[in-house]
Design a binder for this molecule. Structure first.
Ligand code: SF4
Length: 438
C-alpha cells in the first residue's frame, strides 16, 4: 500500500536542510508521495527508513530495460493514465517478429533490411527497436535463428518460446546481453525464472486472467526475478483495451504491485497496433514489416510520447535552403518543428533558393505563437538583428506568414529599410508564391 505524504515525512530526517531541492522535508515527502521525485534526492535517509520507503517510492509500473551491444530499450515507469495529466515517458518498444523456421540466410537478409530502416520525421530519425525471434521447432533451430538475427542487427532481442531448453540454447548466443524472454506460464514458470535470473534478463508472464497473472508475478518475484512484463491472453480490440486499461489503472491508482509491470502485445492489424501504442502497450511486436506500416506507427508513437508541455523544436537561426544568394528572399517562420519542416520541405522541393529565418517562439506554431504573444514584430526584428541576416542579403525583403499579415505595419516600424511582404497562409502555397511574387 502506498504511504501518504505525512507517513513518508515521519521517515525522513526532518532537518529541512534543503539539499533535496525542496525547502522542507514535508515538501519533499509530498512530492515523493506523488511519485514526482526520487528518494535518492535526499542523501540523509537512514537505511531503516529506506527499506520502508523503497516499496512506496518505487515506480508504480516497473522500468524494464533491454540491453544489447550498447543499444537499450527502456519501457515502463509511467505515472499517469492520460497523457494530458503530465506526459508519457518511455515509448513502447516496437519490434518485428521473425519465425525460426525460415533458414539462417533468409532470416539474416530479412532482419538486415528491417534493421537499416530509418524514417526521418521533423528532423528526428525513427527506427525499430529490435526483433522478436519465435520458436517453431527444437532448441537447435531456435538458437540458429537467434544467431542469424544477431549477425544482422545489434538491437535488443525478444526470445519467444515456452520451452526452457530452447530458451537456454538461444541465450547462449546472446552473452552479456539483457534480452526479454517470452515466456513464462503456469507450467514452466520455475524453469523460466531460473534462466531469467541466471542471465540477468527480463521475463514475460502470460496468464488467462488478471488474477492468474497477479498470482504468477508474485510467485516469480518470490524467486528473485522482478523485471517482469505482462502478457494477458486477449482476443480482439475491445478485450485488449479492457485488459490494458485495468492493468494500468490498478497499478497507478491502487498501487497494486502484482500488476505493476509493462505489457507486451502482439497486434495482428494496423488498428490493433495503433491501439497498443496509444493504450498501453510496453512492447509491441508486429507480425510483419512493411515501411508504410512501420512509418505510421513510429510517427504515431513519437507524437504520443512527446511531452505536450515541451513541443519538438528546432534551433532558432538562419537556415539556407537551395544555396541562397544575396538577392534571395528572407522567409520567416517559428521554431515549432512541424512548422519549420513544412516550410523548409516545400521551399526545398520547389528548387527555389531562400533564407529561412526561424524565430524563437517557444516551440509554437505560427498562429498559436502569435495568439500567445510569442511571435510578434519585436521578436521577428530581434531575430533579424541577432542572426545578422542583413549582412547576408543585398535586397532587404522579408516575407511574413500570411496568418500574421497583421504584423506587417509594426514590423515596418521595427525594421526600417526592409520591405515587408506577406506570403501565403499555408506552406504548401509557398512555391507558387515564390515563383510569381519574388
Ligand atoms: S535533503 Fe532530506 S533532510 Fe534535507 S530537506 Fe530534503 S528531505 Fe529533508
Amino acid at each position: 500500500m502506498a504511504l501518504t505524504g505525512i507517513q513518508i515525512y515521519k521517515l525522513l530526517p526532518q532537518t529541512n536542510c534543503k539539499e533535496c531541492g525542496f525547502p522542507t522535508c514535508l515538501a519533499f515527502a509530498m512530492k515523493l508521495a506523488a511519485k514526482q521525485v526520487e528518494l535518492s534526492a535526499c542523501p540523509y535517509v537512514s537505511e531503516a527508513s529506506k527499506a520502508q520507503l523503497a516499496e512506496s517510492s518505487a515506480p508504480p509500473i516497473r522500468l524494464i530495460t533491454l540491453k544489447s551491444n550498447g543499444n537499450e530499450v527502456k519501457v515502463g515507469n509511467e505515472v499517469v493514465l492520460f497523457r494530458h495529466e503530465k506526459t508519457f515517458y518511455n515509448k513502447p518498444g516496437l519490434f518485428v517478429a521473425v519465425k525460426d523456421d525460415q533458414g539462417a540466410e533468409a532470416i539474416r537478409l530479412k532482419v538486415k533490411e528491417m534493421d537499416q530502416y530509418v524514417a526521418n520525421y521533423v528532423g528526428i530519425d525513427l527506427a525499430l527497436d529490435g526483433f522478436a525471434v519465435e520458436a517453431t521447432g527444437g532448441a537447435g533451430q531456435f538458437a540458429a535463428a537467434v544467431k542469424a538475427v544477431r549477425s544482422a542487427s545489434k538491437k535488443p532481442i525478444i526470445l519467444i518460446s515456452h520451452d526452457p531448453d530452447a530458451v537456454k540454447a538461444a541465450l547462449a548466443e546472446l552473452p552479456a546481453e539483457a534480452p526479454l524472454i517470452c515466456g513464462a506460464d503456469g507450467k514452466n514458470w520455475e524453469a523460466m525464472t531460473d534462466l531469467t535470473k541466471a542471465n540477468k534478463a527480463s521475463l514475460v508472464v502470460s496468464g488467462a486472467s488478471l488474477d492468474e497473472l497477479a498470482e504468477l508475478t508474485e510467485k516469480i518475484k518470490g524467486k528473485g526475478v522482478e523485471d517482469l512484463v505482462l502478457s494477458p491472453q486477449v482476443r480482439g480490440l475491445s478485450s485488449a483495451l479492457a485488459y490494458e486499461t485495468q492493468i494500468r489503472r490498478v497499478a497507478l491508482k491502487k498501487n497494486f504491485r502484482p500488476l505493476g509491470f509493462p505489457v507486451i502485445e502482439f497486434p495482428k492489424t494496423l488498428a490493433a497496433a495503433t491501439q497498443a501504442i496509444a493504450k498501453y502497450g510496453g512492447f509491441v511486436v508486429l507480425e510483419a514489416f512493411s515501411p508504410e506500416l512501420v512509418y505510421s506507427l513510429l510517427v504515431l508513437r513519437q507524437n504520443i510520447y512527446t511531452d505536450p508541455q515541451k513541443p519538438i523544436q528546432v534551433q532558432p537561426g538562419v537556415y539556407e535552403i537551395n544555396s541562397p544568394k544575396p538577392d534571395s528572399a528572407v522567409l520567416v517562420t517559428t521554431n515549432f518543428s512541424i512548422t519549420y519542416f513544412s516550410v523548409a520541405n516545400e521551399v526545398e522541393s520547389s528548387g527555389q533558393p531562400a533564407w529561412l529565418l526561424v524565430t524563437d517562439a517557444e516551440g509554437m506554431s505560427v498562429l498559436t505563437a502569435w495568439a500567445a504573444g510569442k511571435f510578434d514584430a519585436e521578436r521577428i526584428a530581434k531575430a533579424v538583428k541577432t542572426f545578422n541576416i542583413a549582412d547576408k542579403v543585398s535586397k532587404k525583403r522579408i516575407v511574413l506568414p500570411g496568418h500574421v499579415a497583421v504584423l506587417s505595419g509594426e514590423l515596418e516600424a521595427e525594421l526600417p529599410g526592409w520591405e515587408i511582404m506577406v506570403g501565403p497562409r499555408e506552406a504548401v502555397d509557398l512555391p507558387k508564391y515564390m515563383k510569381q511574387v519574388l
